[in-house]
Design a protein around this ligand. Structure first.
Ligand code: 4AD
Length: 443
């Protein structure tokens, strides 16, 4: 295989080589920092596979070019060594440092560029340490979430993106102009209903894919295109089982983040915005309260909320924030009134509330939404009709309740919200490579 060797691999070799140099043909990367001294110049390069720089000690002599931030370069015949201070270094003669691609007006400066500015530089922004680390972090989080499910016998499946159904019934769909089908087609808002079909054959399923919502909310926590990990499991009749699973999945993520190699490089002590303290808190017990209790607490709090709250109304973000502050950490709010939630949720015996939960995190609000699904054919059909939805459109979904129906449930984890919270960056636009919000579609 002719794949170029990566810095990550070379550093691994150098680390295990006990201070002796590792010789390779060449190594390439981008210039992240240049420090000229009197007789030598330090050129720090990275190739994106590790956070650590290769410190190229450029000897004096007429260089063929002037090293500068953002250039791509190749070092020929490097001998890479790990110094006592853990830094990786190679001594380089000027003719061994080759320019691959020059820069003209490289827009990313060494000092921290403000995030609103970076959002306007989508083609360059991932060259910053902060945002490239955020992508690496996202990868770790998604992998660890999947690992927990894989270990519990779930199968990763791929439901469609094009659909004719509005799973959540909220009318927030992006509709397609098309002449392939004789009915309205839109981009999926959630894969849950298809997952329920697959669950009936595979027992336990999950997916990780984009969802699309024509969100009017132009906030830090709403995107028009976001990623959800959706989980669906058979023979589960209680919210508690689902909440236990959510808690396990997220705590496993947090534990694995705590063990990240090079953690101080991601979050240097003193300027980590309390991220690692936040993780430690997440490893403690989480609170669970019913919606009714939450409303009681909010109404008796004495706080003059902007949005008036009465039993039956959905919680607003200010209410969610207050609840998390009150409990000092994550809160599961369960059993919402049926009219606050989607048609598919299991009706409880009181006929007024449904067997569901939202997981609220401090600052960011709802991270996960889930429920036990209504598995009784007649009850589900009556609910569909009560909401003036067309049962014919959902015939296949209702059929699941006729043939071997089982108690089951599932949930959806908003990936960007979880990533943002864990990374300590309040704007979820930075947790997806190229955000889609109102007016933002280029790149
Ligand atoms: O609560 P939601 O709407 O739940 C569902 O769609 C269920 N069908 C999931 C399931 O049970 N399979 O969305 C789930 C999560 C929210 O908690 C939130 O984290 C995220 O998806 N989410 C968004 N994230 C970013 N931008 C948006 N516009 C979002 N809407 C929901």
């Amino acid at each position: 295989m002719k794949l170029p060797v990566t810095l990550k691999r070379v550093f691994g070799l150098a680390r295990s080589n006990g201070g002796n140099p590792v010789k390779i043909d060449q190594i390439s990367g981008w210039v992240k920092n240049v420090r000229p001294l009197k007789t030598i110049t330090f050129v720090e390069i990275q190739d994106g596979t590790t956070l650590q720089d290769l410190n190229v000690v450029l000897k004096q002599g007429p260089p063929s070019f002037r090293p500068a931030l953002g250039q791509s370069v190749t070092v020929l015949d490097p001998e890479i060594v790990q110094r006592k201070n853990q830094q990786f270094e190679t001594i380089c003669l000027p003719h061994n440092l080759r320019l691959v691609g020059a820069t003209t007006e490289y827009p990313i400066q060494n000092k921290q560029t403000a995030l609103p500015t970076l959002r306007k530089l989508p083609e360059f922004k991932h060259r910053t340490t902060y945002l490239s680390n955020l992508m690496r972090f996202r990868h770790k989080i998604e992998s660890r979430l999947s690992k927990t499910l894989d270990e519990l016998d779930f199968t990763l499946v791929k439901p469609p993106i094009l659909t004719s159904i509005d799973c959540e019934g909220a009318g927030e769909m992006f509709k397609l102009k098309q002449d392939h089908w004789d009915k309205a087609v839109n981009l999926t808002v959630s894969s849950q209903l298809q997952l329920e079909v697959l669950m009936m054959g595979l027992g336990r399923v999950y997916c990780l894919q984009p969802c699309f919502r024509a969100e009017k909310s132009d906030t830090n926590r709403h995107l028009c295109e976001f990623w959800m990990m959706e989980v669906e499991a058979s023979f589960i009749g209680k919210n508690e089982t689902l909440m236990d699973l959510v808690e396990l999945m997220i705590k496993n993520v947090v534990s694995s983040l705590c063990e990240t190699e090079d953690l101080p490089k991601y979050f240097p002590v003193g300027c980590n915005n309390g991220v690692t303290e936040r993780w430690a808190k997440l490893l403690q017990d989480w609170n669970r309260i019913t919606y009714t209790k939450a409303v009681d607490l909010l109404l008796s709090s004495g706080v003059n909320f902007e949005h008036e709250l009465t039993w039956g109304k959905d919680l607003n973000s200010e209410h969610e924030r207050w609840l998390c502050d009150h409990f000092g950490g994550p809160v599961f709010v369960t059993n919402y009134p049926r009219d606050c939630k989607a048609f598919y949720m299991k009706l409880r015996q009181d006929n007024a509330t449904v067997e569901c939960f939202d997981l609220l995190f401090p600052d960011i609000g709802e991270i996960v939404g889930g429920s036990i699904r209504e598995d009784n054919y007649d009850t589900l059909k009556a609910e569909i009709q009560r909401r003036n939805m067309d049962p014919n459109e959902l015939e296949w979904y209702l059929n699941l309740r006729k043939e071997g129906t089982v108690p089951h449930g599932g949930f959806g984890i908003g990936i960007e919200r979880l990533v943002s919270y864990l990374y300590g960056n309040p704007n979820i636009r930075d947790s997806i490579p190229f955000h889609r919000t109102t007016g933002q579609i280029d790149l």
